[in-house]
Design a protein around this ligand. Structure first.
Ligand code: H2P
Length: 806
């Protein structure tokens, strides 16, 4: 429904009067934001109701995407865009003297995730709704999102992210849909009067799970799906047990923070309980919905419900579904297992050990006794079935419970019908190395689904100047179907188009330069190359390699001030996990190097380093449109996919990359001439592991450039890093450089030199940039989600069944 500008203005004023007893002139930006949010929500509420009713009426199979992280960022503009009223709303607000962009800044980022995993989940939510797919998210409503990052003396300081302080305009509390979740205590099986074995719970704690629903608005299609996030409360029946404030707090802490530090026992306990809490609440609500509205026998569940386990955190979906089917629905084990495996599917997001989650048997038994019993049974039956088919060793290596631990990835694979990786290379590695044992057992369960990004957000919303040039050049169909970006290929030699794209980039760069000045006091020139690395801070992502190159450039310039090179601004955005010491050391070193270089009068503005604090979705939206170079420099084989690589490419940045994760597919899309590839291949990395020939010390001894760069960490060249510099140095030399930075250093420097040269020829550069934009369409999460829908979830898009039935 088109938006009438005048009616919209009147409605805004009227709602403001009703809610705040204020006239527009007197209202604060915050009051206007909340009023506008309520108005937008009201606009999609009918569609929201109609959508779920439609799924029910037509008995449509739905997917439930279980994820411990969601990172939607801000939702105002994306909701306006998807409702098709962004432009009109902007105009109407302008008439009223309000800038939509300023107003949008009021919204707190919904930051219920750490990085790519959570952001992917949110891109999927957008694409599932936009594709008209019946699909919902299920997660945790943390009171505090990912910490706010500040730098004090170059160190990362973490502050709580009180995102809910002023209320969350998009959510709806649904108390009537609360469910109970039982944890702790003891469970034993007792015979009932009719001779069945039933679990009896003793001394357990009952938690009340209250859902908060947020509408996931599809792009101009009247579909609004639901993201359901659970918060813990004390059930009425248990009030007596929680008379002290401290007791209440302990319980309420369960959904207080995202990823509590799990380096200590108390933290791990909370984490495991969190996992079970949202899994149990989610599955109970799915079953209740199914029974109430679909009114089909429980044995048919897999025809109507698909559950996706996003990484292993929701792996307890498997035993929890079994519990409900056996204990409550009284199905036989075999029948329950058959349904469970058909319903579940699992995505692996990384080969890093940190994500191959394991829990000690003892902790599992104490925290979730019934879950443990069921997992023991799954494990025993697995061994029994498989030992007839496979060698003993193989079965032992793949079982769920072994060496005193419960292996969540094993549980996810065994308990589901599909395991996928997130880029071709990653999926291949899963099959050939990381999960090879399972691939032998279940070859048909393995498949690849290369990640994608919500392209409307990462182009139309964040980059208006570029979007306008695209409209003028290739028409507007790309806004609906990003595959049409390829039409741009016809203009790669059109000087006028190249110049227009360059102008758009310049506008974005100037805007970012202003922001940088405002937040960090660092002045950067929009004429310089904006070289960007934005992602979680992690050793394998190799922000340190980037820093080594910067130090080299600095040393070269100091030695030879007349050295010819393009001006560069190196931009970083990254948070380090609070307990990840080494990552924090790298942050400190980057900040101190920045201090040194940015203030060195010999360097002036030839190199600038900007580490923008508090990297989050909103900051990404400011940086990405302004980027010239996209740093994707993880050690080959370590980055499962990456998604900032896709966002940066879509915005015309040139990728500088190792052949890792989805970089391989980006290279295939743009061709070797439009990307800069360097470093070891994944095969070579594995060869090093095998032959153990790698010696960082040798590289240090033999390579004078490397030596000089590394010495800068310990000889006082970079000030204020006495301990940190030594730690970096030792990690590379004494501990033999786990991620082969020194091995890739020369080829990285070479690639950087080529980039420097290429940027000198602006036409050449703009053409590469255009080719990147033109070939980004295939990395749309619309496409990715369609593949999941077809191959894994077996759900149909609303469009397809609407047309099907005429
Ligand atoms: C992870 C992987 C990325 C991947 C993303 C989504 C865990 O994200 O490392 O390679 O693209 O999941 O599948 P991240 O490192 O950004 O936290």
């Amino acid at each position: 429904m088109a938006l009438d500008k005048e009616i919209f203005k009147e409605e805004l004023k009227q709602r403001l009067r009703e809610n705040y007893a204020m006239e527009l002139e007197d209202a604060s930006e915050q009051e206007i934001f909340y009023t506008l949010g309520a108005l937008v929500k009201a606009r999609y509420s009918d569609a929201w109701r109609d959508t779920w009713k439609y799924y029910v009426d037509k008995n449509k199979k739905q997917v439930y995407y279980f994820s411990i992280e969601f990172l939607p960022g801000r939702m105002l503009k994306s909701n306006l865009l998807n409702l098709g009223i962004l432009d009109t709303a902007r105009e109407a607000l302008t008439d009223l003297g309000i800038h939509l962009d300023d107003l949008a800044e009021v919204e707190k980022d919904m930051a219920l995730g750490n990085g790519g995993l959570g952001r992917l989940a949110s891109c999927f939510m957008d694409s599932i709704a936009s594709g008209g797919f019946p699909g919902n998210g299920n997660g945790i409503r943390y009171d505090y999102g990912l910490f706010k990052q500040r730098f004090v003396d170059g160190y990362q300081v973490e502050l709580p992210d009180e995102w809910l302080q002023s209320g969350n305009i998009w959510e709806v509390r649904r108390e009537s849909k609360a469910v109970d979740v039982r944890v702790g205590g003891h469970v034993y099986l007792a015979e009932t009067n009719d001779g069945k074995l039933k679990p009896v719970y003793e001394n357990e704690r009952v938690l009340r799970a209250v859902p908060y629903d947020t509408g996931m608005v599809g792009y101009e299609n009247n579909v609004v799906n639901t993201l359901r996030l659970w918060a813990v409360e004390i059930p009425d029946s248990e009030e007596d047990k929680y008379q002290s404030i401290q007791g209440r707090r302990e319980l309420e802490d369960l959904t207080a923070v995202l990823y509590p530090d799990d380096s200590n026992e108390q933290g791990r306990l909370i984490r495991l309980t969190q996992e079970y809490f949202f899994v149990s609440a989610g599955i109970q609500s799915i079953i209740r919905h199914y029974k109430k509205w679909f009114q089909k026998p429980i044995s048919k569940l897999s025809e109507y419900v698909s559950i996706h386990i996003n990484d292993t955190h929701p792996a307890l979906c498997v035993p929890e579904m079994m519990r409900i089917l056996i204990d409550e629905e009284e199905l036989s084990w075999e029948q329950a297992w058959d349904i469970t495996v058909k319903v579940m599917s699992y995505t692996n997001h990384t080969i890093m050990a940190e994500a191959l989650e394991k829990w000690s048997i003892d902790l599992m038994q104490r925290t979730l006794p019934r879950m443990y019993q069921i997992m023991e049974e799954i494990d025993a039956r697995y061994v029994q079935t498989m030992q007839e088919l496979h060698p003993h060793d193989l079965v032992e290596r793949t079982r769920i419970i072994r060496n005193g631990q419960v292996h969540m990835a094993h549980l996810s694979i065994i308990g589901s019908h599909s395991t996928n990786g997130v880029a071709k290379l990653h999926s291949d590695l899963l099959k050939s190395v990381v999960l090879h044992d399972f691939y032998i057992i279940y070859p048909d369960r393995f498949n690849n689904k290369t990640n994608g990004i919500a392209q409307r957000r990462w182009s139309q919303i964040v980059n208006e100047p570029m979007s306008n040039v695209l409209d003028e050049t290739i028409g507007k169909t790309w806004r609906q179907d990003s595959g049409d970006l390829k039409l741009l290929r016809n203009y790669q030699s059109d000087q006028a188009v190249l110049e227009k794209l360059a102008e758009a980039k310049k506008i974005n760069k100037q805007k970012l330069a202003d922001y940088i000045l405002g937040t960090t006091d660092i002045e950067v020139s929009a004429d310089a190359i904006f070289d960007v690395q934005i992602k979680r801070l992690h050793a394998y992502k190799r922000q340190l390699l980037n820093l080594l190159h910067i130090i080299k450039l600095y040393q070269d310039l100091k030695e030879n001030p007349s050295l010819e090179m393009q001006k560069r601004v190196f931009i970083f955005g990254a948070k380090a996990a609070p307990s990840y010491h080494y990552a924090k050391v790298i942050i400190k070193c980057i900040n101190e190097t920045a201090n040194l270089i940015n203030n060195d009068p010999d360097i002036k503005d030839r190199i600038k380093i900007v580490f923008l604090p508090n990297y989050n979705v909103s900051l990404a939206e400011k940086i990405i449109p302004a980027a010239d170079v996209s740093e994707q420099i993880s050690l080959a084989s370590k980055e499962a996919s990456g998604t900032s690589n896709m966002k940066l490419m879509l915005n015309g940045a040139i990728t500088l990359a190792t052949l890792d994760g989805a970089n391989v597919e980006i290279r295939d899309a743009v061709g070797d001439d439009n990307i800069y590839i360097f470093g070891l291949t994944e095969k070579e990395v594995y060869e090093y592991y095998e032959n153990q020939e790698y010696s960082a010390q040798r590289l240090y001894d033999e390579n004078a450039v490397i030596r000089r760069v590394l010495n800068a960490f310990i000889d006082g060249t970079i000030p204020n890093i006495v301990y940190e510099g030594r730690e970096i140095f030792d990690s590379l030399i004494k501990y033999n450089d786990e991620y082969f930075l020194l091995r890739d250093f020369d080829s990285y420097v070479e690639a950087q030199e080529e980039i420097d040269k290429a940027y000198g020829d602006q036409t050449f550069w703009q053409k590469m940039s255009l080719i990147n934009i033109a070939n980004a369409g295939r990395f749309s999460s619309d496409e990715t989600v369609s593949r999941y829908a077809e191959d894994i979830w077996k759900i149909e898009s609303k469009d397809s069944f609407v047309t099907e039935k005429g």
